[in-house]
Write a protein that binds this ligand. Structure first.
Ligand SMILES: Cc1cc2nc3c(=O)[nH]c(=O)nc-3n(C[C@H](O)[C@H](O)[C@H](O)COP(=O)(O)O)c2cc1C
Length: 247
């Protein structure tokens, strides 16, 4: 086995970066903290993530004890309030934000948050089946239409792992590396991957509070996954997926 790709896991690259020449230190404005949406697009506002009715008061200790990967889901749909909570728990905005810093429920190196969250929705009350993008700063969903055979396409995008198309909703996270590169240049690659782990762990833990389960998916077909959510595969590409359903 070749070992030369292991550089990716190390931080030796940091010693080679001239941080005085990063875009941030050269005075360039940061990329937007949320991918802009088309002018005049209609969004679906999400209910408050802490309405106190649907989200169970599970202790952190119990959530950690019960956390496990689930690959079989009940046919029961997810309530919109429950989806709202899961989106807030994974990428929701907490407190004050500005173009440089957007504090969220998950940590991120340099506060750069280089992700967008797409959803393949199959069974969520009041939502039509289809692809959506979460708008954390508006706590809303942007509908992106419904490609034919969405269940089959989602499973194929997950390298034929069928449970990805049998969920109530499958989370599909894309990376937009420029957000982190603006601050860290070539030292960005590893921290983007590390950041993604935090987001998905938040999803695992949050699922415990809505009687749902999830399973991280990092084995997927890059081109099919990028096409599913309509991203260019260069400046934005799929990095991680996680089907969610009632258990
Ligand atoms: C980075 C990462 C990638 C994973 N990719 C997959 C995957 O593609 N398919 C799958 O069925 N499970 C996947 N898993 C789930 C692991 O198989 C699972 O976490 C592991 O078996 C331990 O089980 P537990 O989560 O129930 O503790 C992944 C987990 C992680 C953290």
């Amino acid at each position: 086995m070749k070992k030369d790709l292991r550089w990716f896991l190390k931080d030796t690259v940091r010693k080679t970066v001239d941080f005085s020449k990063t875009q941030q230190n050269l005075g360039f404005p940061p990329p937007p903290v949320q991918k802009p949406r088309p002018e005049g697009s209609v969004v679906i506002p999400l209910p408050s993530p802490d309405d106190g009715k649907t989200v169970l008061d599970v202790s952190v200790a119990d959530a950690l004890r019960r956390r496990q990967s689930h690959r079989k889901y009940a046919v029961t749909p997810l309530a919109l309030e429950e989806l709202s909570f899961l989106l807030w728990a994974t990428q929701g905005v907490r407190g004050a934000s500005d173009p440089v810093r957007s504090y969220r429920t998950a940590p991120s190196a340099g506060c750069r948050h280089p992700f967008e969250t797409y959803l393949a929705v199959f069974r969520v009350e009041t939502l039509e089946k289809g692809i959506y993008r979460y708008l954390p700063f508006e706590h809303s969903l942007l509908p992106l239409g419904c490609p034919p055979e969405l269940e089959a396409r989602t499973s194929r995008a997950a390298l034929n792992q069928p449970f990805a198309g049998k969920s109530a909703v499958t989370f599909i996270w894309t990376a937009l590396p420029e957000r982190t590169e603006w601050r860290y240049a070539e030292a960005s690659v590893k921290v983007i991957a590390v950041d993604a782990g935090h987001v998905c762990q938040n999803l695992y833990i949050a699922c415990e509070a809505v009687r749902a389960g999830t399973c991280a998916i990092a084995a997927y077909d890059q081109e099919l996954a990028d096409a599913l959510v309509g991203v260019d595969g260069e400046d934005e590409f799929v990095l991680y997926m996680a089907p969610v359903g009632k258990v």
